[in-house]
Ligand binder design. Structure first.
Ligand code: CS2
Ligand code: MG
Length: 412
């Protein structure tokens, strides 16, 4: 087969409401592919990795040789794994899959085994500073057609905490929460676990009483609990039948999940900060989790995320790919194409990008009946307006730092 020579690789850093890192690969035959390498708060590190170290290696390579390119970039750097490396490789990998599908004249999922379902079930982000606001937010998501919602609330006595939208949530078109604040240094948030543990079960009791047993409910503990605190929360939430409790405890300590499993049957989702299959090995092999969270953007692209999903599938662990607004529409589309094809797809996070973001990235995926379906056009099905991207230059923005009430730094 005639090679499809890579002619040019561009790294586009743009900030339509928030920062994104996009790779554009053009072949000598004029086929263009896009990939997402956004890493919230560390975008310039990924951009430099791509621009200074990977782009020069790609010129003249065969764009069709996706596996060889993945192995060349992963093993060739010597220094393996890690969020920056794997986001950079992901951006190149996704762009090459986009090109291959465009040349084949097929939507990408057709190259990954074809559709295993009509659409990918998604969950939206419902939140509120108090129960009335939270209920309004849930109703707004139900009115938009969501069948699954993540529930995040303020904690009495604490100020701004993770996951509570800043805009008026009642009837809002979208969940308006961008944790990475545009500033030269991160803002500080305050946390107190005992207040959170006292409060949260009553919130889910109220949500179940208001919306009934059918609605799919999820919650993100965002890495903040000790193992025994996470075990206690999982047990306390069992009566409310959560689809999953996410990131209950920092998962570098994978033995911690053994303790949690001994105390609760609430399903566990972990992995949005993981970036290779090796990060999951113990958690999957010991059945310590129920969902893997990595998206294509942070786990080496479609090539490697598929390996993670297939390993998970051997243990009846399903996917729950990360889909916040700091994954671009290109990254979301990549996850959707793979998710549509996978047998062990579980659920896709869908935070809904802003109009500003959609001025730069025009996705072809469609939302209906509580799910997303990728575009049926050749490739990923996302267009990028490079002129509009250029009109939105990078602005420093960082995720908050979390401190306990005594001032000790804590997981955010
Ligand atoms: C969160 C993310 O969506 C989630 O599950 O954990 O929004 C996370 O806070 C951001 O991606 C951080 O940039
Ligand atoms: Mg999360």
């Amino acid at each position: 087969m005639t090679p499809l020579r890579i002619d040019r690789t561009q790294v586009i850093v743009t900030s339509p409401g928030r920062n994104f890192v996009t790779v554009r690969i053009d072949t000598a035959d004029g086929v263009t592919g896009y990939g997402d390498g956004t890493l919230n708060g560390r975008e310039l590190s990924v951009a430099s990795y791509l621009r200074d170290h990977l782009a020069p290696l790609l010129v003249g390579r065969d764009a069709h040789a996706i596996e060889d390119t993945w192995q060349y970039l992963y093993r060739g750097s010597y220094w393996r794994r890690g969020p920056v490396t794997m986001a950079a490789i992901a951006a190149v990998d996704t762009a090459l899959w986009d090109i291959k599908a465009k040349v084949a004249g097929l939507p990408l999922y057709q190259l990954l085994g074809g559709a295993s379902r009509e659409r990918c079930l998604v969950y939206g982000h419902a939140s509120g500073a108090n129960l009335p606001e939270l209920f309004d937010s849930v109703r707004a998501h139900l009115a938009q057609g969501f069948r699954a919602v993540r529930i995040q609330t303020a904690v009495p006595g604490l100020g701004s905490v993770y996951g509570v939208a800043s805009s008026p949530v009642g009837g809002a078109e979208r969940y308006d929460y961008e944790p990475a604040r545009r500033a030269a240094v991160p803002v500080t948030e305050t946390w107190e676990t005992r207040a959170y543990l006292r409060h949260l079960p009553s919130v889910f009791e109220a949500v179940r009483a208001e919306f009934g047993p059918e609605l799919i409910l999820l919650h993100d503990a965002h890495h903040r609990l000790t193992p025994i605190q996470a075990a206690r929360l999982g047990k306390a939430l069992e009566p409310y039948d959560l689809f999953w409790l996410e990131d209950p405890t920092p998962a570098e300590n994978q033995d911690a999940l053994r303790l949690i499993r001994q105390h609760t049957t609430t399903p566990i989702a972990i992995g949005e900060v993981f970036n290779t299959v090796w990060d999951y090995r113990q958690l999957i092999a010991e059945q310590l989790i129920d969902y893997v969270r990595s998206p294509a953007t942070h786990a080496g692209g479609i090539t490697h995320l598929r390996r993670i999903a297939d390993y998970a599938g051997m243990y009846q662990v399903k996917t729950g790919m990360h889909g916040p607004t700091d994954i671009s529409p290109i990254g979301l589309a990549a996850s959707l194409h793979l998710g549509l094809a996978l047998h062990n797809f579980g659920i896709q996070e869908y935070m809904v990008h802003s109009d500003e973001t959609h001025a730069v990235f025009q996705p072809g995926y469609s939302f209906a009946d509580g799910g997303l379906r990728p575009a049926d056009e050749p490739g990923l099905g996302v267009a990028l307006d490079v002129e509009c991207a250029a009109r939105n230059p990078y602005q420093p923005a960082y995720l908050p730092i979390n401190r306990l009430t005594d001032g000790t730094v804590h997981d955010w």
